[in-house]
Every structure is written in structure tokens, then in C-alpha cells.
Design a protein around this ligand. Structure first.
Ligand code: ZN
Length: 505
């Protein structure tokens, strides 16, 4: 913690950290559950998590926390903007947490955990009908949560979105979609036919699993991921978790022995998240100034590394020769151009998590439209499969033949995460604008990447984004970094330029 903090702020920071330690223990239990825990550990684990969550909630919402916030607020008024931001964010968290009565929080936990199980079996059985009753309960409950949280008669959806992306409204997000959608649809129509001719056979030629892991660890290290403050483990669904950021930040991956792209790009993606968490200001750990701004900014970091840099020409100048050496006989006769084109191939598909960089945002827009209408009460749960399929046809020109590859594919709605999907698209928008600023500051960025030098990039992102914590909202941070308000079209222009270069007419 910085020396000579004013007294009340100092006391507040200590209180915030006491609550945060419990949060860290919960993260560790969650990480263990996904990576190490034996199957029979599931039931006692749920109890442990339940018990600790109670302790965490009690600390985070205590009267004593409220008193400390109030005292610190008086102390910092009109003073150091960082301290003002610290108190503002602490107050926001405290107020939000206190608005949910504990019996409602309990009901959400139980209903969502049941719904998650119902979703798993409905997806396995490819049957939306069996999931419908559970999903209705979740939607109704999340509407009650939003009613408890909202100010005045504000929009229910905005209230839920605010949890993940503070300061962005549904209407603002809609405006970003409206600006970008027609050009994206057009771009997909142009690029997809040209990509059908690409050589992609080597992508699924079979790749030794251990060597895949070694290769991706090498890339992680060159990105600047610090293994003395992190680890890489295997899971079904890759993720990054800041157990106690910036000193313990872990990532996971999954390895497909046929197709190298799953592990490789998951690791680079999660690595981007991890650099953010490892780059947070250690002096402020356990407080809002030592935490990520929003999920959208988080996603901007992972998508920059995965897509903008990790799939770039420059990046593979350095890494393709190493790739060939690591996997002899797999891509020996594949040219640099063929390799880069293949890992950027534009192909409208049914599954969001397998979508390419160009079609991905359209998958998100579809989900936003449906979840917004659900929460605002404009459509019913029963209508979801038909509406989903119709929108898929409209936006991507493909249509699911089953619920499993349609409306049942994502976990989010079953676990009550409404307002989460927009952060994926926002990450793309923020990332494109941050990349522009990075290239202005480092005009030789591509040359650096081509030499395998990624540390200056991490330094720059660290200074401009990671170290800021929650001092700024996402939109203010993007403006602070780039000098301009967010321009959603910057992302489309970046993609149009890339498509024209990689897949010329
Ligand atoms: Zn991500």
C-alpha cells in the first residue's frame, strides 16, 4: 500500500483487503474445482463455497465497511483523483451488494445451480423443451434481482449489464451494434466465398499434445506472462483466474490432439487476460484500484493478443519457423501466407466459441437482442429457439438443425449471466481502438512482433491500461488511452483492411 495515505482511506483499504482475502480463497476453491478436484469432492466443495460466500458477503456489506467508506469519502473530497476513484468504486460495490437481500441471493444461487444441471442434460439430450421450465425460473429471478438493484424506474436490462460493464447502457450497446452490423454482414458475404479455396488441411493434421503445451508455454513466456506468479493447467473450458492478483494469476487450456488451434489460441487469449491481472498495481492489490475496470476491457486485452497480434502476419514471421521445428512434417510445405490465411479463415458457423474474428461479433449481437427482449419482458422463453434460428439465418446465413447447436450451446443464460455477452463485442471495439493508439506510440510494433519481441507491448499496455485499475470507466479509459471517444467503426475498418489484405478479391 502506498505510504502516507490519509488516515480514513488507510483504514478503508485495510477493511477492503480483509473482505478481498475471502474472495481470493473462493477463487482458489473455484480453480481447484475445475482443475484438480476428484469427482466425489463436488458436494462438500459446494458447501465450502456456500459457507465462505456467506462470510464474504457479510464482510463486503457490513455497517463497519459503510462507516469506513463514509469517513474516507469526507477525507478525499476534492483531493487526489485516484483516491476519489477508490472510494467511489468501493461505495458502488458496497451499495450494490447491500441491495440484494440475503434470501434472494440464496434463491439465485440454488436456482441457477439447478438450472445449470438442467441445461447440461438438455444440451446432451438436445432438447430445449425439458430446459424451458428451469430457464423461466432463472429469467423471472434475474428480473427480481434487477428490480432490487435498479435506481428509480430505470431499465431492468441496463441494471444487469451494469454489473459486467459499468456505465454502458443497453441503448448505447444497441447503437454500437447498429453502426457495425451492416458492414460486418457485408464483409462476411465478401470474405467467406474467398476463404473456401484456402488450404486448411494441415490445421487438423494431428499434433502431439505435450509438444502443443510446450509450444504454447514458450509463446506465453515471450508475451511476458510470469510463471513465478502463475501456472498453466488443463480444463474442459479454458479460463483465467486472478486468485490474488497480481501475484497469483492462473490460466487453463484444453488440448485437441488433432487440431492445434484450440490450445494455441486459447492460451494466447487467456494469456492476454492474465497479463492484465499480473499487470495490476501491486500497491493497490485487494482494492478497486488494483482490479480490472470491466469485463469488456478484460476482453479487449485477451482479444488483442489472440486476434490482432496472435493471428497477424508479423507474429508468425517469428513463430512459424519455430512451429515447423516443433511439429516436423505437419506444416513443412505450408507457406507463411497460407498459414496466416488459414488461422484467419472466415467461415459462417453455428457455434460462437468456434467462430472466426469476423463472424464472432454477429453471434454476440444475436444473443444481446434475445436476452434484452427476455429481461425487458418483450418475448417469452418459449419463443427462443425459433427466434434464435431466424436470427442466425439473417445474420450469418446458416441455421441450426438442433437446439444443441442453437439456443442451448452457451452456459450463460442457464447460470443467470444476463448482460454478459455484450462484453465480448465491446472487447473487440475497445481492442481495435487501443491497438491504434499502441501503433501510434510504437510505429515499429510489427517489426517488434516479427522479431518475437512482445515485452514493449506489454509494458505499454501495462502503463496505459493495466495499472489504471478501476480509476476510469471503460469508455473513459479508452478515451484516456487513445485521445478520442470510442469509435465503433474503428473495429470494422481494422477487419475490412485485414480481409482485403489476406483474402484479396
Ligand atoms: Zn476472454
Amino acid at each position: 500500500m502506498p505510504n502516507d495515505l490519509p488516515e480514513a482511506v488507510n483504514t478503508l483499504v485495510e477493511e477492503l483487503r480483509r473482505a478481498n482475502h475471502i474472495g481470493s480463497a473462493l477463487s482458489l476453491l473455484g480453480w481447484d474445482q475445475e482443475t484438480q478436484m476428484p469427482a466425489q469432492g463436488a458436494a462438500p466443495r459446494a458447501d465450502m463455497i456456500g459457507a465462505l460466500t456467506e462470510v464474504h458477503h457479510a464482510r463486503a456489506t457490513s455497517e463497519s465497511m459503510g462507516d469506513k467508506i463514509a469517513a474516507a469519502e469526507d477525507e478525499v473530497r476534492g483531493g487526489d483523483p485516484r483516491l476519489v476513484a477508490l472510494v467511489r468504486e468501493a461505495k458502488r460495490d458496497w451499495q450494490r451488494a447491500r441491495k440484494i437481500p440475503s434470501d434472494l441471493a440464496q434463491e439465485v444461487a440454488v436456482t441457477c445451480s439447478r438450472s445449470l444441471m438442467a441445461w447440461r442434460s438438455a444440451r446432451a439430450g438436445n432438447d430445449f423443451k425439458t430446459f424451458e421450465p428451469q430457464l423461466k425460473l432463472v429469467v423471472a429471478l434475474k428480473r427480481r434481482v434487477a428490480e432490487a438493484l435498479r435506481e428509480g424506474d430505470g431499465s431492468l436490462y441496463d441494471t444487469l449489464l451494469d454489473e459486467y460493464e459499468p456505465g454502458i447502457t443497453g441503448a448505447q450497446f444497441q447503437a454500437f451494434c447498429d453502426a457495425v452490423k451492416p458492414r460486418l454482414v457485408q464483409l462476411v458475404a465478401e470474405a467467406a466465398p474467398r476463404c473456401q479455396e484456402l488450404r486448411t488441411d494441415f490445421v487438423t493434421a494431428g499434433y502431439d499434445s505435450d509438444r502443443q503445451l510446450e509450444f504454447s508455454r514458450e509463446i506465453l513466456e515471450s508475451m511476458g506472462y510470469d510463471f513465478t506468479r502463475g501456472r498453466l493447467d488443463l480444463t474442459v473450458h479454458p479460463f483465467c483466474t486472478g486468485i490474488s492478483s497480481p501475484n497469483d494469476v492462473r490460466i487453463t487450456t484444453r488440448v485437441d490432439p488433432k487440431d492445434f488451434t484450440h490450445n494455441l489460441f486459447s492460451v494466447i487469449h487467456e494469456g492476454g487476460h492474465a497479463l492484465y491481472e499480473q499487470g495490476l498495481d501491486p500497491e493497490w492489490s485487494g482494492t478497486p484500484l488494483g482490479a480490472a475496470t470491466s469485463l469488456g476491457i478484460h476482453e479487449s486485452q485477451s482479444r488483442l493478443y489472440e486476434n490482432v497480434y496472435g493471428r497477424s502476419d508479423a507474429f508468425w514471421v517469428h513463430w512459424l519457423p519455430r512451429f515447423r521445428a516443433a511439429f516436423p512434417g505437419r506444416a513443412d510445405d505450408v507457406t507463411h501466407e497460407q498459414f496466416v490465411a488459414a488461422v484467419n479463415c472466415v467461415r459462417p458457423s453455428l457455434i460462437r466459441t468456434e467462430a472466426d474474428e469476423v463472424t464472432y461479433s454477429l453471434h454476440v449481437m444475436l444473443r444481446f437482442e434475445l436476452e434484452h427482449a427476455l429481461i425487458e419482458g418483450n418475448i417469452e422463453v418459449e419463443e427462443l429457439p425459433d427466434r434464435w434460428n431466424r436470427l442466425m439465418r439473417e445474420l450469418l446465413g446458416v441455421e441450426p438443425t438442433s437446439d444443441a447447436e442453437g439456443v442451448l450451446q452457451d452456459i450463460h443464460w442457464s447460470m443467470g449471466a444476463y448482460g454478459y455477452f455484450p462484453t465480448y463485442f465491446l472487447g473487440n471495439l475497445y481492442g481495435a481502438q487501443i491497438d491504434r493508439a499502441a501503433r501510434q506510440a510504437m510505429p515499429d510494433l510489427d517489426e517488434q512482433l516479427a522479431r518475437g519481441e512482445m515485452l514493449p507491448l506489454r509494458e505499454w499496455l501495462g502503463e496505459k491500461v493495466h495499472m489504471k485499475g478501476r480509476q476510469f470507466s471503460s469508455l473513459d479509459l479508452v478515451e484516456e488511452v487513445s485521445g478520442d471517444p470510442l469509435d465503433p467503426l474503428g473495429f470494422v475498418e481494422y477487419l475490412e483492411e485485414k480481409v482485403a489484405r489476406l483474402f484479396p478479391a
